[in-house]
Design a protein around this ligand. Structure first.
Ligand code: F6P
Length: 331
């Protein structure tokens, strides 16, 4: 019989001493993700496709599912008593716990619906989340409380709403994959201790931005494109879903390197992806699976955040490739 998420988390509590409140928080997040999965599956029948006509804090047009997923996660997590605050890619600043409910010791961060451009075209999308310890459970967490390095994350995970709904989770003891069983409504473990191969012949990058890249990224990608007759001496294949969850999940499954570098379109931005909602949780999971994750120069998990919505360049996946492209930056 397959192990359920609940059973796995109880085991982690007994064997690795994870706190019971953290376990209960993760059960709540997983429940919320099931509701999001349900809404995603309904699509046009649930009137959840299309835009709201509003712009989020990132300056991006919000989709109905962005807003709905954000509400589902917030409402599911505000009353349990486990959190001192939440921060979401879709909200301007940290959100406190309503006064009616007790405060807890954790901070929850999430990108409620990653890969928004794929919502309306029925391509895989997902939710990304991570948990930090709150410096204080006495008062609502302000932005400063969230400004912790990724190494301080207590756990991280993502769901993929694709042909199957998957929950990929690490509580600091490797990466486990759970598949949603729609008959029973349970997440059941379908892969344990995921390991990313150190070598790969597959890369993921939005090639349409090539003219904006820095020299080290161009050099690295040019070498991949040159294939068997180039300096690498082998052919490489390319995949780009344009949903980070789906691209990262492919790497979790068979290796690869994912890149979203900083580029010259907006030199004030360190990249497109968000450090707190995308970079840090994914870097944590990738490292837990034996891969590497850098911003081109150093470990993403060691970056000291300065603001909640800051951006980061991302190079993650199979260790030897991430080390190579990082080496080109640091040469
Ligand atoms: O905003 C995040 C995101 O949708 C990621 O999920 C994805 O990797 C990336 O943006 C796609 O970017 P682009 O539109 O440049 O392909």
């Amino acid at each position: 019989m397959k192990l359920s998420l609940s059973h796995y988390l109880i085991r982690c509590e007994r064997e690795h001493g994870i706190e019971s409140d953290l376990r209960l928080l993760l059960e709540t997040v997983a429940r919320a993700c099931k509701s999001i999965s349900h809404a995603v599956n309904k699509g046009a029948l649930g009137n959840v496709l299309g835009s709201t006509g509003t712009i989020n804090v990132q300056g991006e047009a919000q989709k109905k599912l962005d807003v709905l997923s954000n509400e589902i996660l917030f409402e599911a997590n505000c009353w349990g008593g486990y959190l001192a605050g939440m921060a979401s890619e879709e909200m301007d600043g940290p959100v406190g716990i309503p006064l009616a409910y007790p405060r807890g010791k954790y901070l929850l961060l999430f990108d409620p619906l990653d890969g928004s451009s794929n919502i309306d075209v029925n391509v895989s999308i997902g939710t990304i989340f991570s948990v930090l310890r709150s410096p204080s459970s006495e008062e609502d967490a302000g932005e400063a409380a969230f400004m912790q390095q990724g190494t301080r994350q207590m756990c991280a995970g993502y769901t993929v709403y694709g042909p199957q709904t998957l929950l990929v989770l690490s509580v600091g003891h490797g990466v486990q994959v759970f598949t949603l069983d729609r008959d029973t409504g349970s997440f059941l473990m379908t892969q344990s201790n995921v390991r990313i191969p150190a070598d790969t012949r597959e890369f993921a990058i939005n090639m349409s931005n090539v003219r904006h890249w820095d020299a080290p990224v161009r050099r690295y990608v040019d070498e991949l494109l040159a294939g068997r007759t180039g300096p690498r001496g082998v052919d490489f294949n390319m995949r780009w879903v344009a949903s980070m969850v789906a691209d990262v999940h492919r790497i979790m499954t068979r290796g690869g390197i994912f890149m979203y570098p900083r580029d010259a379109r907006d030199p004030t931005r360190a990249g497109r992806l968000r450090l707190m909602y995308e970079g840090n949780p994914m870097a944590y999971l990738i490292e837990q699976a034996g891969g590497a994750a850098t911003n081109g120069e150093r470990r993403i998990l060691e970056i000291q955040p300065a603001t909640l919505h800051e951006r980061v360049a991302v190079f993650l996946g199979s260790r030897n490739e991430v080390e190579r492209v990082t080496g080109y930056h640091n040469a």
